[in-house]
Design a protein around this ligand. Structure first.
Ligand SMILES: CC(C)(COP(=O)(O)OP(=O)(O)OC[C@H]1O[C@@H](n2cnc3c(N)ncnc32)[C@H](O)[C@@H]1OP(=O)(O)O)[C@@H](O)C(=O)NCCC(=O)NCCS
Length: 330
């Protein structure tokens, strides 16, 4: 029954505006808390560097789009990263399996040597589906959330005092780059490339070349006002940021928080996060979510601030030879 059902799926690439809306609707229905508008999904996908192989397919049954399968060639440390979203239906896992199988037929992915995806610990069926293909858990990244209505404002204000140290200036990315001085972009690039290599990940990040970083930075200015920098001697030494919330959202997600090696254990990460959380609270946002590897000091630091674990994001990895489904690689 399931076999017959998924073999009736018809696949097409996402091309038109209505395809993008359909893909965005499928994306949203699988994510609780944060609802991403279609334009976000489209921009995130379209702003990948031109040379990055990518695929986004919609599968429909009887005229209804029920699954999307997405990959792009390189993502940080993996050669193939991919995700599958399925509308909430009784045959959800059969559709997910069909989506994974469809993706694995994609030549650039099959030519890769290392693939990765994410699964949630509280979605046991989907996790079992990925693992049945030979994917294994590489890292545990708890998803944590803080309720900003419950934070102790006095304690948070006290934490931000670490930002008042002699020689430090707090600014936003928007202000720091207001006049687009090239040396400031270069200084931020150098800072980011230093700190991202210190993030515990299944494989170390390969720093991206400056022109690639520059292109994506300039194209994606949406987050600039929500990215804070601590500057010393014209050089960023600490950062934290939020991703753009959906209009009227109650929940916002954190991006990279990092401190230059020369400035660690001075309370800067705690201070910047306290500053950003107070900023969000003052704008009526109730929850902030974050995810870090449970081995990252940032995880403990967030717990100290008041974040609480909701579930685990599991980083799953596979190598092509380790893929077990015969039908997956036909
Ligand atoms: C994680 C990171 C941001 C912490 O920055 P920081 O400014 O040094 O952190 P703080 O000084 O605010 O630390 C506050 C507390 O967190 C804990 N902590 C921070 N770094 C720690 C470490 N390396 N080992 C153990 N505990 C640590 C301590 O309890 C510390 O308090 P203490 O110094 O009084 O003991 C920094 O190590 C970093 O940039 N790492 C690389 C990038 C990264 O992984 N970012 C997070 C992923 S997005």
């Amino acid at each position: 029954m399931k076999e017959a059902h998924t073999s009736a799926l018809s696949w097409r690439p996402v091309e038109t505006d209505s395809d993008w809306d359909s893909a965005a609707a499928l994306y949203s229905c699988d994510v609780d808390g944060i609802q991403w508008p279609g334009s976000e999904l489209r921009t995130d996908f379209s702003t990948l560097p031109a040379e990055t192989p990518r695929i986004l397919l919609l599968g429909s049954l009887d005229g209804e789009d029920v699954v999307y399968a997405r990959s792009h060639g390189q993502h940080w440390y993996s050669e193939g990263s991919f995700s599958v979203r399925v509308s909430t239906r009784p045959d959800e896992e059969a559709l997910a399996r069909a989506g994974i199988e469809r993706l694995l037929q994609w030549e650039p992915l099959r030519a890769g040597t290392r693939w990765e995806t994410l699964a949630r610990s509280d979605r046991a069926a989907r996790l079992a589906t990925w693992m049945s293909f030979g994917f294994q858990i590489k890292m545990v990244c708890p998803e944590s959330r803080i309720d900003l209505q419950a934070i102790d404002v006095d304690r948070f204000s006290a934490l931000t005092r670490a930002l008042e140290r002699e020689g430090l200036t707090l600014t936003t990315q928007e202000d720091w780059h207001a006049d687009e001085r090239p040396e400031r972009f270069r200084a931020r690039y150098d800072f980011e490339m230093e700190v991202v290599t210190d993030i515990p990940l299944p494989e170390p990040i390969v720093p991206e070349p400056y022109p690639v970083w520059m292109e994506s930075t300039l194209e994606d200015r949406r987050h600039w006002g929500r990215c804070w920098l601590v500057i010393q001697d014209e050089r960023p030494v600490a950062t934290t940021q939020f991703y753009l919330p959906h209009e009227g959202a109650q929940t916002i997600q954190t991006g990279l928080t990092a401190v230059a090696r020369s400035h660690r254990r001075l309370g800067l990460a705690s201070a910047l996060k306290a500053h950003a959380l107070l900023w969000a609270r003052d704008r009526g946002i109730r929850y902030v979510t974050t995810d870090n590897a449970d081995t990252n000091p940032m995880y403990r630091l967030n717990q100290e601030l008041g974040f609480r674990r909701v579930y685990d994001n599991l980083v799953l990895g596979a190598v092509p030879g380790g893929i077990q489904s015969g039908s997956a690689v036909t």
